[in-house]
Design a protein around this ligand. Structure first.
Ligand code: FAD
Length: 317
């Protein structure tokens, strides 16, 4: 079922989660453990992230360095298929522009369609870690909106090969990313919202936001979206603070602000266990206020920390 259908049928706000594929060399059991813990709260859908290739350097004889390309967390499509089969749940694979040309994108979408997957979250992806700026693959897409247009074309039965006869259309429900504190590359919020609207006008049916810790940022973003004419559901992304290191790593990696009150409280904590407790309490407060504010879904970035999500879900749903 499509994410938008889940939202349309819901009588109260829905619970959904995002999972990361395990590191290469691990098996799928960590995913199943997370799911087994969180199924109690009946997630409406489960996002599975996509992780592009990275360059690693290995010292070889004579002090030379060998450059290798590795994907540390493969398995997005396989995990989606496994979740659908094992839990009868709707998986939402993330599809990115980075590392894919149009043909590879089309083939990935055909796999998802054959697996009976109804939803995709379409993203540009970030630059390869050792490169400063995002570079599209030759023959690939530079922005999420361009990838989105390819999926919309497939939904209309138009594939890359113009000679295909009687091609069957796909019917993906398309989600895209939004940033309550703006995307880090955007010169300002106005510009970022203009491009967000472009994605919605091109066929996105819903928006999932980057994590945030101050609900005021979400509510003001939602207001501005509405005033720009963006009327699709906007789903807030929630990530509970889990340890002291995240006070710096979350702003560094996700370009989000930590409210003064949260940081003051965290600095008074003596252990990571206390910080995790604070993170749970903070998110429970955030979630209750977001529900009062009329959000359709609360979407949790679990990142291997299912316990916090489960405690919050227990208090909120
Ligand atoms: P876009 O919408 O393409 O925007 C990128 C930037 O370009 C923005 O600054 C925007 O304002 C600007 N822009 C957009 N369109 C145009 C245009 N036509 N012309 C000029 N400028 C334009 N990354 C992963 O690698 N894998 C994942 O699984 C993943 N999941 C995510 C899930 C969520 C909910 C979120 C919020 C992010 C996720 N990301 C993921 C990170 C995401 O890939 C990065 O934030 C990336 O830098 C931007 O992706 P986007 O789809 O928002 O890009």
């Amino acid at each position: 079922m499509k994410v938008t259908e889940h939202i349309a049928q819901a009588k109260s706000p829905l619970f959904s989660i995002e999972l990361l594929p395990p590191l290469k060399g691990q098996n799928i059991s960590s995913i199943f453990e997370t799911m087994d813990l969180l199924m109690e709260y009946s997630p409406a859908f489960v996002d599975v992230t996509y992780h592009r290739e990275e360059y690693v350097y290995r010292e070889v004889s004579g002090g030379l360095l060998e450059k290798r390309t590795v994907r540390k967390r493969p398995g997005t499509v396989g995990i989606c298929a496994a979740l659908k089969h094992r839990y009868s749940i709707d998986p939402v694979p993330h599809i990115i522009c980075g590392g894919f040309n149009r043909e590879e994108t089309e083939n990935a979408l055909i796999d998802l369609n054959f697996l009976g997957i109804d939803n995709v979250l379409l993203l540009r992806g970030d630059a390869i870690k050792s490169e400063g700026t995002f570079k599209p693959e030759p023959g690939g897409h530079a922005y999420a909106v361009d990838l989105l247009k390819q999926v919309v074309q497939m939904n209309d039965g138009v594939y890359l090969d113009p000679d295909l006869k009687n091609a069957k259309n796909t019917d993906f429900c398309i989600g895209v990313a939004g940033y309550p504190e703006k995307h880090f590359e955007a010169p300002n919020m106005k510009s970022d919202l203009r491009y967000l609207k472009q994605k919605v006008d091109a066929g996105a049916s819903y928006i999932v936001t980057q994590m945030f810790y101050d609900n005021a940022a979400f509510f003001s973003f939602r207001e501005r979206c509405i005033s720009e004419g963006i009327t699709v559901p906007i789903i807030p992304g929630i990530k509970p603070l889990a340890n002291r290191a995240q006070l710096n790593s979350i702003p560094k990696h996700f370009y989000v602000n930590m409210p003064e009150e949260l940081v003051d409280l965290a600095e008074r904590c003596k252990t990571d266990a206390e910080i995790q407790e604070l993170g749970i309490e903070w998110c429970i407060k955030q979630c209750k206020e977001l529900i009062e504010g009329g959000v359709p879904v609360l979407h949790f970035y679990t990142m291997g920390k299912a316990i916090s999500t489960s405690r919050i879900a227990k208090a909120v749903f």
